[in-house]
Write a protein of this length. Sequence first.
Length: 683
Amino acid sequence: MMKRWIPAVLGMLILLAAFSAAGAEEAFQFAVKEVTLYEGEGITPGLTGGAEEAGDVLTFRVSDPKVASVSETGEITALRKGKTKVTAKLTRGKNSWKTVMNITVLRRVTRVTLSTSKLTVYDPEDAMAAGLLREPVSCPVLVIPAGKNAQLKAVCTPEDASSTKVTFATDDAGVARVSGAYLLAEQRGECNLTIASVQNPEVTETVRVVVIQPVRKLSLAAGDRKVATGGFLQVEYACEPETASIQRVSWASRNPTIATVDQEGVVTGLKRGTAVIVARAADGSGASAAISINVTQTAEAISLDRAEAEVVVKGSPVYLRATLSPANTSDKSVHWESSDPEIATVESGKVTGHKAGACTITVRSYSNPALSASARIRVVQRATRISFTSPQGLSILTGESAQLEWMIEPEDVSSREVTFTSNHTSIVTVDQNGRITGHKRGAATITVKATDKSGKTAQIRVTVIQPVEGVQLKAFLHHVQLYDEYHRATAITIPKNANNQNMSWSTGDPAIATARGTGNACYITGHQVGTTSLRVTTEDGGFTAEGEIRVRDYNGAVLAEGLSVTADNRIRIVLRNMSDFTITRVRFRIDCYDRDGNPMVCNQDGESTSFSGAYTLALDPGMRSQHGQFSFYGAAINDPLGMVVLTVTDYTDIEGYTWEIPESARVPRSWDWRIENWEDSNG
């Protein structure tokens, strides 16, 4: 219960201390005249007034005590939805003053539920829903064909809440959107529909909406379309198009007194005549088809609605229903009898159990005593409780098995048979002897259920731990820039979903490189040029993997040693390999400027003031490039160059590894015609 109490007695003394006789009639009043509360909430309202006098008496009264109550100190508690008034009265000698506060008590909405009476809604565990969803959900699944509309209604709990208005909204209007009280299916896909109380917006329900490819046409076939009374006939159906999301139908008979049909399309003849069997697409598309079935008359018979039944000692009776055929039989009266009245008795089909055991209940036609039907009755003592001996749950490793232990009460229960189920069989399976096996990392709930229809169950949570079985580096070779502290290396446990992902990292020669990190990733710092090993070790199992670290000044491997422009606007470049490894390809960018120092268009696209290029001959350590072996991509230089700037962007070594030079480490080489001319004019 929510409270909003203020220390009442102290508050009233302070208010009365400020109350004067001269202005009492005008000043004595509640600080707030209107208050709205939810059931269970409370409030102590404030009063205004003058100075206190000896002998003052302050009392409170509520006009409808069923709606709200008020204490001697003025504490108001909301009890039930409705309206009432609270009156405060101050008595001073022969004088008295009153003030009134109006109280409105609201009833909260505690739950909102989507009305599914005219919608196609599945339980999330239903096999049909599971076949349509991208991934499992725990909320109801609403299926609607693309292009269809569905009218939305919701029920608020309690039904007499002060306001039962709700709002509807989806999280993907491209799949389905809400317009007024209708859900409009736009295109095939999934989204969430949220129903929220307007009065209490924190109260919501989520429904998974699946927009499907609808069935456009149904066709039916049933051999020669004839069936005898008491006989069966299978009706086959086909859905078009074949790509329809739900290829399932619901069946109905327009003439159920002549023939019935179950949800597998099996028609049962009941009496002579013609029955129309209708199939409707289960996806809500509205597609349907009908076929006429001719039912021929059979001989007379008597039957019971079941062949066997269980009755619980001191429990509810079982009702057997006898059926005479054909339906136009004149005398439908029957006689009932029990083979052992001490075990069970029968009266007008009502079977009552008296003690554990078995007997036979027989019904006979009065008009034809040769016709009879029987049902086997078993009187049982059902289970009252079932429990696991390890209620806190247990843990096992993947591939490991364990035996569950359980108890059934009372001791004299008729059947001790139980069934076991796992809610996540991909994680834990359980056989019907209660032996569990872990398959992969995760947790599952194992449920044991008594098979005697008592409905008694118990659950235990089983956690499966995946141990580490090995480790491998994501990349064996790591090229680390000298003095770089942020080169990242990662490792992967085998299997990847092992519970313990903690690892330690080390290098073979810390003088060349060091590694820091405790998880499945580390940062390598290159200290000096050289090659060393990288090792990772798992905390679980101590598995190791090794790789190689090469520390070099990769950013400075290629030097733009020379750059010039000839009189006929030809760019000449000299590159030099400053590394200790062979480079097979160098890529660069050239920016162009006119003789006023402004960027100049030099690209075939007619807009760019730069173009890219490459040198594709191998450069051994210390080797310089050859003139005339450079490729320029998209270059179109039509005006005299004033300045060019060459920037090496990346290169590829002889092993096929490409190093991209960071922007911050790139060293541009420039040529300026003004400097060149000045040098020429001055010798």
